[in-house]
Design a protein around this ligand. Sequence first.
Ligand code: AMP
Ligand code: MG
Length: 338
Amino acid sequence: MNTKLLHTLDTDLDLAAEILKNGGLVAMPTETVYGLAANALNTQAVVNIFKAKGRAQDNPLIVHIAKFEDLPRYVRDIPPAAQKLADAFWPGPLTMIFQKQPVIPAQVTCGMETVAVRMPAHPVALQLIQKSGCPLAAPSANLSGGVSPTSATACMQDLNGKIDAVVDGGSCRVGLESTIVLMTSTPPRLLRPGFITKEQIENVIGPINVDPAVLKPLAKGVKPTSPGMKYKHYAPKAKVVLIDGESQKYIDYVNQHTGDNVFALCFSEEQNALLKPSLSYGAEHDGKTQAALLFQSLREFDRLGAKLVLAHMPSAEGIGLAVLNRLLRAAAFEVIHL
Ligand code: AMP
Ligand code: MG
């Protein structure tokens, strides 16, 4: 298959919308990461998403809509708290899970009775939903298990020849996937941290729970609330190890480490003191920049031929929780405490 590289001209978006209407697959920019979109109501198109990504058959997809008023078509029992969260954060990087309506194919939810829905805050994604007239099922546009794409180039690296088109909308503002909240439990439960923080959500609807799988590997035999949590995720080819400790100790640890192709993923304040090749992913207290640069840096380490990446562990405050959640998975939960 010849994968078209499209831009954001009206004629290109019309073509992308036509492909989606006809059951094709299009990688599209959103504010979080690039999504691999298909008509969520077309069973075969949805099946093709799983094939193109090599995604496990039990890992359900998020459905993207462009208007809050469309929500009742796809979900039922919308609690007042969901309306409040939508008023506060939609369009934006917040996904909510509800009971599904029968119109949502079982292939989208992998047989579950609930469905995850979000309204993205990106003009291209919103236009593609509107122009195609379809709700769009869209997981991250990467090969399963690997690093999520934050640019059209990254989508092409993974999916060239496997999908119909990639729309190049530049790099993603947020850089990490959406925050996911399960609205069918009382109180609602945070399943995946993201740019919208637990604190921001609690300011709107009061206390919520945090799923234990956010910061810990699942205990053997435990069924995860969010099926995606059990898979290896966000992993570059290089082995990643998280290093937990204050700056000087981290710098000493990296500088004393022996071996070939060892790289550091550090805070910007540390870069000059490191004797190993390094990428900085933002200042120590700048979670937003860390989020925006994390996936891009992990892909860059592969391009540079890194064998081992010693990553300085971010704080778990605010958006840092989301950065830490992704890095822990990239590192298969291997943490060295200094
Ligand atoms: P991705 O789109 O690749 O970022 O992955 C979507 C995430 O949402 C995965 O971790 C899924 O397991 C999770 N998810 C999607 N639908 C549901 C659902 N109905 N219940 C629980 N988790 C879900
Ligand atoms: Mg993904």
